[in-house]
Ligand binder design. Structure first.
Ligand code: GTP
Ligand code: MG
Length: 236
């Protein structure tokens, strides 16, 4: 057989991920230079990312300058829900792409230079598979698991949960109504990501939100971006 008829395989995935990693490193440097904690929020569709952020933007409006980069296939529904809460909101429509990538985040960051956020939340596209592979330049990954979606999701989608720094169990107000087995869910989380912190919240009733806010401050300190909110308040 001649060479011209030979089968050729091109490995796209690695080159795409290599390019993404390079841009993600630049994004992390961009956040570091501004002492801005970047958090990548990931979950299945509808687990409660936007609802948690709605509460967070309102509750922390007086103590932190915040921005949200929000990814969706289509619509600016989430951006409109998050608007008017004192934070800068940038909507990215990914069209047919099922995840955010570092280049999309870099372009969103270029619109935030005047804002100088201290915390930048990145709400990824609701999807438990594709977003896991794409570093966006975040400092930490927050993976949400709602009580309605099944206690075994962490072991069924280990690639995503393995990368979590924090697992937030959401919609705890309806845990009893849907027969949520908390112990089984925690076992499932621990089987995949034994080191991750776990917080249980309800954006509906505000249960557990202080633990979430404390965790954000702890991560800011961990990244060397203090001061604490009290010191922050007295400096102004
Ligand atoms: N009972 C209850 N419902 C909640 C809670 N948080 C969110 N929900 C509901 O869950 C649905 C989805 O919430 P969203 O915040 O839009 O979820 P999301 O993860 O941002 O969804 P996508 O962006 O589409 O992936 C909405 O109907 C919310 O009202 C909660 O703490 N308790
Ligand atoms: Mg959302």
């Amino acid at each position: 057989m001649s060479d011209s008829g030979a089968l050729r395989t091109i490995v796209i995935k690695e080159s795409v991920l290599d390019k993404n990693r390079t841009i993600a490193r630049a994004n992390r440097q961009w956040f570091d230079e501004r002492r801005c904690l970047a958090l990548n929020l990931l979950s299945s569709p509808g687990a409660g990312k936007t609802s948690l952020l709605e509460r967070t933007l309102t509750d922390l409006a007086d103590s932190r300058r915040m921005a949200v980069i929000v990814g969706d296939l289509a619509t600016d529904n989430d951006a409109r829900r998050l608007n008017d809460r004192g934070a800068a909101i940038v909507q990215i429509n990914t069209l047919d792409i099922c995840h955010l990538d570092a280049d999309m985040v870099a372009r969103a960051c270029s619109t935030l230079t005047e804002v100088e956020p201290e915390v930048c939340f990145i709400e990824n596209v609701g999807n438990m598979v594709c977003p896991a592979s794409f570093d966006l330049g975040e400092h930490a990954r927050v993976v949400l698991l709602s009580v309605t979606e099944g206690e075994d999701k962490p072991v069924k989608y280990p690639t995503l949960f393995r990368t979590a720094d924090l697992v937030v169990i959401t919609k705890c107000d309806i845990a009893d109504a849907v027969g949520f087995d908390r112990d089984a869910a925690i076992r499932s989380v621990r089987a995949v990501c034994p080191e991750a912190d776990v917080i249980e919240v309800s954006a509906r009733t505000a249960t557990g939100l202080n633990a979430w806010y404390d965790w954000i401050e702890k991560r800011r300190s961990h990244a060397g971006f203090g001061p604490s909110p009290v010191e922050h308040g007295t400096q102004e």
